[in-house]
Design a protein around this ligand. Structure first.
Ligand code: HAH
Length: 357
């Protein structure tokens, strides 16, 4: 059941209703959170222009949505393209924002030349590792001192209970030690960068334990891994708050830092993959439910601020979100804190209130 009254009550308690809020000057999200953790946004070469004022007002960190992925930076064996990634890093520096690097080793958006010769035959383990080392040296070297944290490895753990690691070309062609080798190379190249393992479905108990075991095993062998990124692609009702709390507790018990790296709250259930677009606007009920969910999330995040060093939203405003095309192409979603017109949503206000409770 929808509990619209709870929010209303909250607002009344604070002596404020929605009308007052609209009249109130809009506080800076990253400023109200500055004693807690960084507030980040995923950006691209377009949104740093189209969303410039929201970005500079509310966010203290950015992540490139695609621009630092392997295929974007390094589209051919002998060719790099840093134009767009440079534009994002320059933007961040001009506005005093930090940059998270995303991502070095992943099974998606990685060109096939990494794993095979042009005739299609597989490269050897040593060849794949040489390409990875050259890629990481070039990319991390270029942004040394300008990118403070890297998602060194993204999504290496299996979703299925019958295996620990995801079946990827990295695993098949290099072997399990691609993980330790990637972190060791990263640390060698930029000893000051914070090195993260990043994954989704990170609160799911089975996958949580697989991530926990993998990171624990790396740490026990002295591998330089400093943090776990919880992607945070959540929905209105899922996963339950307690499941998120348990995941934070479990990962924190490893003694590493945590960041929420790709937060959004889809208004659709995970299993709702219907292709019909039923609605064209986010109605008030949905906005209120989403505000309650964001309140629940940020009260949890605040409670763990000693271990949680950043919360990055996977986008800025509802007019530009990857969820418009995932998992259903062309279905509109409204997962963020600002409307399609860049106006703060009820969720924005509860997140602001949560910082000062
Ligand atoms: C994330 N994967 C990736 O880390 C990010 O780079 C991308 O832009 C969007 C989401 C989440 C994911 C996926 O790509 C496929 C299935 C489940 C989850």
């Amino acid at each position: 059941m929808l509990d619209v009254h709870r929010l209303t009550k909250l607002s009344v308690q604070k002596g404020m209703n929605r009308m007052d809020r609209e009249a109130k000057p809009v506080p800076s999200l990253c400023q109200v959170y500055q004693d807690h953790f960084l507030i980040g946004a995923a950006v691209n070469a377009r949104t740093i222009l189209t969303h410039e004022s929201l970005l500079t007002q509310h966010f203290s960190s950015i992540t490139a949505e695609n621009e630092m992925k392997f295929e974007e930076l390094h589209p051919a064996l002998d060719r790099y393209d840093f134009q767009r990634a440079d534009a994002l890093v320059n933007f961040a520096e001009q506005h005093g924002m930090k940059v998270r690097g995303h991502t070095l080793v992943w099974h998606n958006q990685t060109p096939s030349f990494v794993f095979s010769h042009s005739d299609g035959t597989a490269r050897t383990r040593e060849q794949v590792l040489a390409i990875l080392r050259e890629h990481m040296t070039t990319v991390m070297g270029r942004y040394k001192g300008r990118v403070y944290a890297w998602d060194v490895v993204n999504e290496a753990v299996s979703d299925a209970d019958d295996r620990e690691l995801r079946d990827t070309p990295w695993l098949r062609q290099v072997g399990e030690d691609y993980l330790s080798l990637a972190f060791e190379m990263a640390h060698e190249i930029d000893p000051n960068a914070q090195l993260f393992y990043n994954d989704y479905n990170e609160t799911h108990p089975g996958k949580r334990e697989r991530i926990y075991r993998m990171v624990k095993s790396l740490l026990s062998r002295g591998v330089p891994i400093h943090g776990i990124g919880l992607q945070g692609h959540y929905r209105l009702g899922q996963p339950p708050r307690d499941e998120i709390r348990d995941a934070i507790e479990r990962y924190a018990s490893l003694g590493v830092k945590l960041q929420v790296t790709e937060l959004d709250v889809s208004t659709y259930a995970w299993n709702d993959q219907s292709r019909e677009v039923q609605v064209q606007v986010q109605d008030a009920r949905s906005q209120e439910r989403q505000a309650q969910r964001y309140e629940e999330l940020f009260s949890l995040f605040r409670a763990y601020k000693d271990v949680l060093t950043g919360v990055t939203l996977w986008g800025i405003a509802d007019d530009a979100t990857w969820l418009d095309n995932f998992p259903v192409r062309g279905r509109k979603d409204w997962p963020l804190l600002f409307t399609e017109d860049h106006v703060p949503k009820p969720a924005f206000w509860v997140v602001v209130d949560e910082a000062t409770r």
